[in-house]
Design a binder for this molecule. Structure first.
Ligand code: FAD
Length: 163
C-alpha cells in the first residue's frame, strides 16, 4: 500500500527543504520493530548531505541494537518545533524517513561520523573535536542510517479552520 501526505498544501516536495530539517535538528526519533514488537528511541544525529545518511553514537549494547541487528529497517522523524501561532495553531516542519541502520567499524569513517555529529549538535565543535583522541574513537560505538525515503510536512502560520 502506498501513502502520501494527505494535506497537499502542507506537503514539502523539495528534497533540499526536507534535508535542511535533518541538518537543523539535534535529534531524530527512530522506530524499530522485532518479532512484531515496536520500539523507539531518540538519538542525537549529524546529517551527511553528501552521503544522505545520519550518523549517531551510542552504547555498545542495549535494546535498540538488539532490535536493529534483528531488523535494520527503521522509520524516523525529525521536527522543527515553532510552537503555538497567533491563530492558536501549532507550527512545525517535520520530515519522516525510511532507512537502514548499521554500525561503523572503519576508524576513518568513525572519525568522519563523529565530526559530522559534533559539528551539528555541539557549541564550539572544533575545540571539542580537537580533544578527541583516536583511542577514544576506537572505543566509541558509531552508527549510520542510510536514508532511502523522505517525506516532509509543514504547518506554519496556517490559514484558520484547518487542522
Ligand atoms: C533528546 C534525546 C537525545 C538522545 N540522544 C541519544 C544518542 O545520541 N545516543 C544514544 O545512544 N541515546 C540517546 N538518547 C537516549 C535514547 O533515547 C535511549 O534512552 C538510549 O539510547 C538507550 O536505548 P536502549 O534501547 O539501548 O535502552 P536500554 O538501556 O537497553 O533500555 C531498554 C529499556 O529501557 C527503557 N528506556 C530506554 N530508553 C528510555 C528513555 N529514553 N526513556 C524512557 N525509557 C527508556 C525502555 O522501556 C526499554 O525497554 C537520547 C534521548 C533523548 C531524549
Amino acid at each position: 500500500m502506498s501513502f502520501h501526505v494527505r494535506r497537499k498544501e502542507r506537503e514539502i516536495t523539495d528534497q533540499d527543504e526536507m534535508r535542511q530539517v535533518l541538518k537543523k535538528t539535534n535529534y531524530v526519533t527512530i522506530a524499530l520493530c522485532m518479532n512484531n514488537e515496536p520500539y523507539l528511541v531518540a538519538l542525537n544525529h549529524g546529517y551527511d548531505q553528501t552521503k544522505n545518511c545520519l550518523y549517531f553514537h551510542c552504547a555498545p549494547e542495549g535494546k535498540k541494537l538488539v532490535y536493529a541487528q534483528a531488523n535494520p529497517n527503521v522509520w524516523g522523524q525529525a521536527v522543527l518545533d515553532f510552537g503555538v501561532t497567533d491563530e492558536c495553531d501549532y507550527a512545525y516542519t517535520s520530515v519522516h524517513f525510511n532507512g537502514k541502520l548499521s554500525l561503523i567499524s572503519d576508524p576513518a569513517e568513525k572519525r568522519h561520523a563523529l565530526e559530522i555529529l559534533v559539528r551539528q549538535v555541539a557549541l564550539n565543535p572544533e575545540s571539542k573535536l580537537a580533544k578527541i583522541k583516536p583511542e577514544k574513537i576506537e572505543k566509541t560505538t558509531m552508527g549510520r542510517i542510510d536514508i532511502t525515503y523522505l517525506s516532509g510536512k509543514k504547518h506554519q502560520a496556517s490559514p484558520k479552520n484547518q487542522s
